[in-house]
Design a protein around this ligand. Structure first.
Ligand code: C3B
Length: 797
């Protein structure tokens, strides 16, 4: 008997004896708790067998978000004990999948950025890359989404770990102290002393990340607490105060995750969260580094601090502060260490997401840091002066300055303070250089890189799609779970009728399972024969759910007008949240729900067209939707989606992408083969041209009857219980502004959708394409991304 089997059986005996019950009498919740405890013991016991770590630097991954999803199932699988636990449960009449449903998703992230961080933790642990994830232990994660009576989004708090979350350890030994406000005394020359106004304690909670047959490493999350409150009254000269209460309970610092994705709100409390996160993490990194008998000068040799977007940018002046004030290094020495330690990943070009903080606010909250930032800015000024001639200087400085117009530009701070900067898909990395940071690219040659995002095959294939995994196990030699490129072996089977049938049967079975979820969640019985057309992601104008919406309206109108015409049945599935303050995105959600209500109850649509909006999109729901997708909607305006990662998960699970040439779609099309995706719409270049010629969406509205009729249906009360004004803001925005060129891409999108319907009718060719998507997209494993980081960025300094 394996040692795990022994552990499992003896622990069960004890667990039951303590509760005076037989195993058969345990509740699902008790089973969950029991398995969580045993898996922890298993993790601890296998710890001494950790494989040796690779020889790159240790990675300290700083991120304000980690959207890890449920841990237990994943950990059992990565430990290699999933089947044993399942068998034990089966003996007691229980199903492991049901028990795992007991776990709540820790929703410590908004969307792609946070989920990417989670995939990277999994891959680093699986590849034995030494790493610690540093984040915040929000009491409330991202809100829970409900859909109200009128189809509108409602938000509820999500206290994810309040009563029951057994997978975390309070690390009382790792407490930190973080200062805010106060004054700085200038002692002499470079010497300053910061006397903060308040101090907050940071407590650490570790969540174990178990790699696939790999190491266990912590995700370390900081939570604030203090005996005293802040008095915001001392800040009473800033505009930013108006929206905030004057006194904030310090323990509320990490109470809630800001629910914005790709958008900065500029609230003081958010800046405090960012600093708190960075100060605790930097102190912890230095503590561990020095505890190993290493010197400060050796920091870049052994550690890298990877900044996940600009949210942890303040870590740069914080490390400087510690080196200068605490360890009394010279500016030159401190900067030399610092600028070889940080690396920055840019995840967006959207101007509203590029963080800039009010300089006055930064000076009030972090008076020492602003002095350091000013010095960084001054040094940069010399560099820019030296590189650019007189004619070029003004423009170059305008682009590169860290301080400008009383703003602290965090992306610029990151570029200056890092030894490497990367974008997250090739097209995005190119735009980072050409559009966002051209002057920097000239100033800091060799600093800019690309690392295309990836997704972990453990969660997104092995765990989410067990049937497909079993088929792959049968036909692929070697362990594809840790080397996804091995999936190439099934390429020759794409035309094999027997393999096609097996692959198709799995998709059908997954569609049935999703149909059940849809019925449970929203009471809609769906046509399992329809094309399952899926758009799952945050709601944002640039992601253009409104384009999908308009096409559905047009399709509805077409079927209404031609009731006899044959239709390829289609089920449109949406899921995603909108930021609570993002009015237009919420209108789009509401319009989809109202459209769904009309279409789903119209007898003329029976068996032809259905729309399902699944509330409360989260990792565990994504795991149920993705394996069932036939079509993957990746329809952002070209140049706006940095990469996307849902596109990779869906394609690997055999969905055909309908997409623009944006983000990683470009690479997906290259790998899958252009004939196995459907590309439409303007390109980055043609969008530029469109705008240069003065884009006027109204012209499209006036000239395209199909488009006009679709938009008009939003103002005639058809999808609003007769209310003709419900979507005024949305419609006005589309016809008169349309910042994401929805109208310009409508005709081409509609043609692409017709192409999808046509292709679907030839099932043999469709399945072949789907198989080729699975076979050829192994490069989108996050293991490949991590290897790219290792060779391009994290190599020894
Ligand atoms: C997202 C981008 O919008 C996605 O294109 C990208 O795939 C992921 O990051 C991961 O790189 N992103 C986000 O979720 N939140 C931000 N603030 C910025 C980017």
């Amino acid at each position: 008997m394996s040692s795990f089997q022994t552990l499992l059986e003896t622990s069960l005996k004890t667990y039951c004896e303590e509760r005076f019950v037989q195993p058969e009498q345990l509740t699902d919740r008790q089973w969950y708790q029991f398995i969580a405890e045993v898996s922890q013991q298993a993790v601890l016991q296998s710890f001494p067998h950790n494989p040796p770590l690779v020889s790159t630097r240790k990675v300290n991954y700083l991120s304000m978000e980690f959207l890890i999803g449920r841990l237990l199932g994943n950990n059992l699988m990565n430990l290699g004990v999933y089947d044993q636990v399942q068998q034990l449960l089966a003996k007691c009449g229980k199903n492991l999948v049901d028990i795992l449903e007991q776990e709540r998703d820790p929703s410590l992230g908004n969307g792609g950025l946070g989920r990417l961080a989670a995939c990277y933790l999994d891959s680093m642990a699986s590849l034995s890359q030494a790493a610690v994830g540093y984040g915040l232990h929000y009491q409330y994660g991202l809100f829970k989404q409900l859909i109200g009576y009128h189809g509108e989004q409602l938000e509820r708090g999500d206290a994810w770990n309040r009563d029951f979350y057994p997978q975390q350890y309070h690390r009382a030994d790792l407490q930190q102290k973080v200062g805010f406000g106060g004054q700085v005394v200038h002692l002499q020359d470079d010497k300053y002393q910061w006397q903060p106004e308040w101090e907050i304690f940071g407590e650490a909670f570790d969540l174990p990340v178990v790699g696939y047959k790999g190491v266990q490493q912590p995700l370390r999350l900081w939570q604030g607490y203090s005996e005293t409150d802040f008095d915001f009254a001392v800040f009473n000269d800033g505009d930013y105060l108006h929206a905030e209460s004057r006194v904030i309970d310090a323990s509320k610092l990490t109470k809630v995750l800001y629910p914005n994705d790709n958008h900065q709100e500029g609230k003081a409390l958010r800046l405090m969260q960012q600093y708190f996160h960075c100060a605790c993490s930097i102190a912890d990194i230095l503590r561990q580094h020095l505890a190993q008998g290493r010197s400060l000068e050796q920091l870049p040799e052994f550690e890298v601090i990877q900044l996940n977007d600009t949210h942890p940018a303040i870590a740069i002046p914080e490390l400087m502060r510690v080196l200068l004030d605490q360890y009394e290094l010279s500016w030159e020495k401190a900067w030399s260490i610092c600028s070889k330690t940080f690396a920055y990943t840019n995840h967006t070009l959207l101007p509203e997401a590029l963080e800039q903080w009010d300089q006055t606010l930064v000076a009030k909250l972090l008076p020492r840091h602003i002095i350091i930032i000013e010095r960084i800015n001054n040094e940069l000024h010399h560099l820019v002066k030296a590189e650019f001639n007189e004619d070029e200087f003004a423009q170059a400085w305008y682009e590169t300055a860290v301080l400008m117009d009383n703003r602290v530009r965090m992306a610029n701070l990151c570029v200056v303070g890092s030894f490497a900067v990367n974008g997250v898909a090739q097209i995005h990395s190119d735009l980072v250089v050409s559009d966002l940071f051209p002057a920097y690219a000239r100033l800091f040659k060799g600093r800019f890189h690309n690392v295309t995002n990836g997704v972990t095959p453990r969660r997104w294939i092995r765990q989410a799609n067990p049937a497909l995994s079993a088929l792959l196990d049968q036909h692929v030699k070697g362990d594809w779970t840790k080397d996804l490129e091995l999936l190439r072996q099934i390429e020759p089977l794409a035309k094999d009728p027997q393999f096609q049938r097996a692959y198709q049967a799995i998709k059908q079975q997954n569609k049935q399972a999703l149909a059940q979820v849809i019925e449970q969640e929203i009471g809609l019985k769906v046509n399992g024969e329809a094309i399952f057309d899926i758009q799952i992601k945050r709601f944002h104008e640039y992601k253009r759910q409104q384009l999908n919406l308009l096409n559905i309206i047009a399709t509805y109108q077409e079927i209404k007008a031609n009731p006899e015409q044959a239709v390829v049945p289609r089920l449109f599935v949406f899921a995603g949240k909108a930021a609570p303050g993002y009015f237009l995105a919420k209108q789009i959600i509401q319009a989809i729900n109202n459209l769904a209500a009309t279409i789903n109850s119209d007898p003329d649509m029976q068996g032809k067209l259905q729309v399902a909006f699944l509330p409360d999109y989260r990792v565990s729901l994504a795991e149920k939707i993705i394996p069932a997708a036939d079509v993957s909607e990746q329809i952002s305006l070209a140049g706006k989606e940095a990469s996307g990662t849902g596109n990779m998960k869906l394609a690997l699970n055999g969905a055909i992408t309908i997409g623009t040439l944006d983000g990683a779609n470009v690479e997906i099309a290259e790998f899958a083969g252009e004939e196995n995706v459907v590309i439409f719409g303007h390109t980055v270049e043609s969008v530029r041209e469109l705008r240069a010629n003065g884009y006027n969406p109204r012209e499209y509205y006036e000239q395209d009857d199909v488009l006009r009729n679709a938009i008009d249906a939003l103002t005639d009360g058809s999808f609003a219980n007769g209310d003709q004004h419900r979507y005024d803001a949305l419609v006005d925005n589309l016809i008169n502004h349309d910042p994401f060129c929805t109208l310009a891409d409508f005709a081409s999108y509609r043609a692409a959708q017709q192409e999808i319907a046509k292709r679907y009718q030839n099932q043999t060719a469709w399945v072949e394409s789907a198989i080729l998507n699975t076979a050829r997209l192994g490069a989108f494993s996050s293991d490949r991304s991590i290897r790219d980081y290792q060779t391009r960025i994290w190599k020894k300094a």
